[in-house]
Design a protein. Sequence first.
Length: 447
Amino acid sequence: MLSKPNLPRWMRLWQLRAGRRARSEVVDIRRRVAMVGGALLLGFVALVFAAAGDKVQRLIFQISAVAWWLPLLITPSVFALIVWLTNRYVPDARGSGIPQIIAAGRYPDQAADGPLVSLKTAFAKLALTLTTLAAGGSVGREGPTVQVSAAIMVAMHRLLKVRISAGVFIAGGAAGVAAAFNTPLAGIAFAIEELASAYEQRVAVLTMGAVMIAGLVSLSVAGDYVYFGAMRETLPVADVLLIAPIAGIGGGLAGGLFARIVLAASDRSADWARKAAARPILFAAVCGLVVAGVSIATGGATWGTGYDVTKFLVEGNHGKLWFFPAKFVTALASTLSGAPGGIFAPSLAVGAGFGNLLTPAFPDSPTGAVVMMGMVAYFVGVVRAPLTAVIILIEATAARGVILSLFATALIADWTSAQVCPTRLYHGLSKRMMPTKQKSTAAPLEG
């Protein structure tokens, strides 16, 4: 019998290739297990987080019922405490969470071992966002869910010793959007528009698998529900041609203004932003005072995510015209404070208020459809992601009859917002979150 060293060359090559194939198959199995396990886990975490968020944001109403002036003391104090804790212990938990994942995806090898997607940062983000909501902050759950979901996906890949690529961050973040809104298609669109600069086939398969699994978890536990209630109305072509430019330009201007102010605060290009950055705790308290003052003045209409008011308006009801500017102010103050919390839900609420502002000018058009055009216009104005915005609204309202109207409005809003704020919000915010060694050489993150 031939000894191993004396095997023919062709046989040694065959054994080498067979060994490589076997190792590759093992790695591929571990990768699939990590993806499936991560998607299942993040789906359950997203549902628990959503349920907890809905409960804690009722606390501020209970406090107001005891004494109307109590939020004037509690909200600023809690905002200041949250920002102090965040800056001192978990600075990478600040703000939305989506810019962190964009930054991490640019340099996955460095970010995988860093704090942007660590479980410590992720679960601190959950706790701090819930606290912000309990204090009446006008923030959303979706951005934090994206960061937490990416962290869970990274942790599963590390546990199974699978290499962490940019696709892991993209898949985790996209699955987070799908689980947060119960909108799988929007998760995929969000991955393409916001998280992935290069959308390769392997990344696409990983992302779609994670999104579908997270969506199935949400569907099986929470049921087949539409996030903002059903809107079955349609708009005549003549109405679309008139409303879409008005809504698109107005929403794009307002959303672009929001994004420009937030980016100015982030890069400290304005004098007020530098002064605010020098005293972040005091500035957070002032922002909390603004949130409390406006919310008390509006009878509590602007507390929290704004989900209830948004659903009320989408379902065709008429609301107060002051809701749009009031919610705009509380959402902006909450974001500028630096407290952890997302921008998605408050932006959709502000957009619903903007759409409601348009309804008196078009009394013969379906109210819910006009409100949705305002929602997509303002939301696109803020985040500059028209495909994601339209798909989220279609899936979250079952309003398939207005899809072309929403796309027309979204494209106009995207162009208008770009004239006000050329830098896309999440990408601009992610620049300050780049790994230290890469900040000086990093390519621009626009587009």
